[in-house]
Design a protein around this ligand. Structure first.
Ligand code: ADP
Length: 564
């Protein structure tokens, strides 16, 4: 830029000296210099664009990697907090955009600043007062640009909950699993209206923001415009009283135009950088969030941890989003190799207790110990491998069957024999090996060549995943909800055999299965109201006996225990 100004100045000087062809020849080298400078600039611009494309991808990958690491390692309780989801959404949306904007912005700012300095020096050599005036003209634009950056960040923060709701509705309208219900209930138009209304809210807020931005932008632009006009007026004045030469005025005019636009870009760039810095600050706070795998104490770090006797004493827990506790003063013991069943009505706290037993949440009070050691004192990476959980709402991984099972213990990913053995124990081998691509078949039809499974088949795959994890404590939350009665009875009869030597916590509403457990705990509103074997609980004629008798009447069960 500065080179162009200097070359132009020399060129103009040569032209203004005389228009005689003899003298015009002296301008030729400067015409060539000017041409070379322009060509060089064009080449640099192309290289810059290509490098920027690559840089964008590199930065995006790095920032997304850090987000997924943070999101997959924070405490599970964070996911119960809407603020966490807001922050996660903002970091995800801005992860790609902001660091790139910041990097390219800084590069651009650096190069503009450099060329501006050169042009400024060139201008100062002509008339320093012009430089002072043009610099002053940029101050209001810069201030306005910074305040607009802050306003946009505030707008984004305010809009995140609405944006998230809209994204959720969008998911409802586009997800495969949800598609059937949307059609069956004809809720499409209702949800589309909700989607439009939520978008309307965002646009209304955006319009308000735009108005503010326009007013502030106009105000600052006007002040800057006046300063530029003043500078030009001054130039005319200096030209008329001979303080600057005609060539000097011409070059100064070119420099003013260049510097003016550079400075405007610089001011805009400063505002954009400030705006991005606010998002990046939030991003940094998100990705450096404390890692949940930091145990409170590492006194057992490195030593092998055994589950042994599990003892739950006076355990209470309230979800962060609730005021009412979900578990109150729970006491429970699981001896090694025992099958312990948890029963109770919906919402009585069974799944919550299972999640605490799996160390997914920390107790609010009371403790869970393994062989007398408080589990919260153990690092999570020592505890988790010892526990396998089959959740009621287990994940359907749209990946290969092999991967669906190996996900139970990814250290053993390549152990094909073990994957097949786990599938066989879960009764999944018969249908998985019948697929043309066997265990390499993609489950879920979303991806090319994928096959969908029935609910019961998915459940068997999830059960195989639990088997694949060589855990000492196995938690099964409604593991047979999607199985047919025969398959269910079969599975429960063989639970002891299948999980031989492991402690099993079984949550089930099927009393025919529950009665086979070594010990049964009945939960009601977060408390253990009775416990014992099927025989003692039936004899006590309490809640268990009542629930069992109701189900027995409906399904024709016998109250006596039959074990194989
Ligand atoms: P159950 O498994 O016996 O049906 P849960 O343990 O799922 O019962 O739920 C116990 C109580 O905790 C219920 O009142 C339920 O609404 C509440 N609850 C469960 N999960 C959450 C959660 N993530 N956030 C807030 N409350 C929850």
């Amino acid at each position: 830029m500065a080179a162009e100004v200097v070359a132009a100045r020399f060129l103009l000087t040569k032209v203004f000296v005389s228009t005689h062809p003899k003298h015009l020849g002296a301008a030729v080298p400067w015409v060539i210099v000017l041409g070379i400078v322009f060509a060089l600039n064009a080449v640099i611009a192309v290289v810059q664009t290509e490098m920027q494309r690559l840089l964008t991808e590199l930065v995006t990958r790095r920032s997304l990697e850090r987000i997924v690491v943070a999101a997959s390692s924070v405490r599970l309780a964070e996911f119960d907090d809407p603020n966490f989801h807001d922050r996660l959404q903002r970091t995800l949306v801005n992860a790609a955009l902001r660091p790139v904007q910041m990097t390219t912005g800084l590069l651009r700012l650096g190069s503009s600043a450099l060329s501006s300095v050169a042009v400024a020096i060139a201008l100062a050599t002509i008339e320093p007062l012009f430089l002072i005036l043009i610099l002053a003209s940029v101050v209001p634009v810069t201030l306005a640009s910074i305040s607009l950056g802050r306003a946009f960040y505030r707008f984004t923060v305010e809009q995140t909950p609405t944006d998230r709701q809209r994204n959720y509705i969008q998911l409802l309208l586009t997800d495969k699993d949800i598609a059937k219900e949307i059609r069956a209930y004809g809720t499409g138009p209702f949800l589309r209206d909700r989607f439009s209304a939520l978008y309307g809210q965002r646009l209304a807020a955006l319009r308000r923001l735009m108005r503010t931005r326009l007013i502030r932008g106009l105000g600052s632009g006007l002040v800057s415009g006046l300063a530029v006009a003043g500078t030009l007026g001054l130039m005319v004045l200096f030209l008329s009283d001979g303080r600057v030469s005609l060539a000097g005025a011409g070059a100064a005019m070119a420099a003013l135009i260049l510097l003016g636009s550079q400075m405007q870009a610089l001011a805009g760039g400063v505002g954009a950088l400030y705006e991005s810095s606010l998002f990046i600050e939030e991003y940094n706070a998100f990705v450096v969030a404390p890692d949940e795998d930091e145990g409170e104490s590492h006194q057992y770090g490195g030593l092998p941890v055994e589950v042994g006797r599990v003892e739950v004493s006076d355990l209470s827990f309230t979800y962060p989003s609730r005021t009412e506790p979900s578990l109150v003063g729970v006491n429970l013991t699981i001896e090694p190799g025992q099958v312990v069943a948890l029963v109770g009505e919906n919402g009585s706290g069974k799944t919550t207790l299972a999640k605490l037993l799996a160390s997914l949440y920390e107790p609010m009070s009371g403790r869970i110990s393994w062989n007398g050691i408080d589990v919260t004192q153990l690092p999570a990476d020592a505890v988790r491998p010892k526990v396998a959980v089959l959740f009621q709402d287990f994940v359907h991984y749209f990946m290969s069957a092999h991967e669906n099972i190996a996900m139970g213990d990814w250290h053993g990913y390549d152990d094909r024999e073990r994957v097949i053995a786990a599938a066989k124990r879960a009764g999944a081998d018969s249908f998985l090996s019948a697929f043309p691509r066997g265990y390499e078949t993609f489950l879920g039809p979303q991806f090319f060549g994928g096959s969908d499974l029935s609910g019961g088949q998915w459940q068997r795959v999830a059960l195989a995943r639990a088997f694949f994890r060589d855990a000492q404590l196995v938690i099964l939350d409604e593991p047979t909800a999607s199985l047919d009665p025969r398959a269910e009875a079969e599975l429960f009869r063989s639970v002891k055999e299948l999980f031989a030597g492991r402690s099993v916590v079984l949550i089930s509403h099927r009393f025919a299965s529950v009665r086979l457990a070594d010990h049964i705990y009945v939960l009601d509103q977060g408390r253990v109201v009775e416990h014992g074997t099927h025989r003692t609980l039936m004899r006590d004629a309490g809640q268990y006996s009542e629930l069992f008798t109701t189900q027995a009447a409906a399904f024709g069960l016998s109250p006596t225990t039959r074990r194989r």
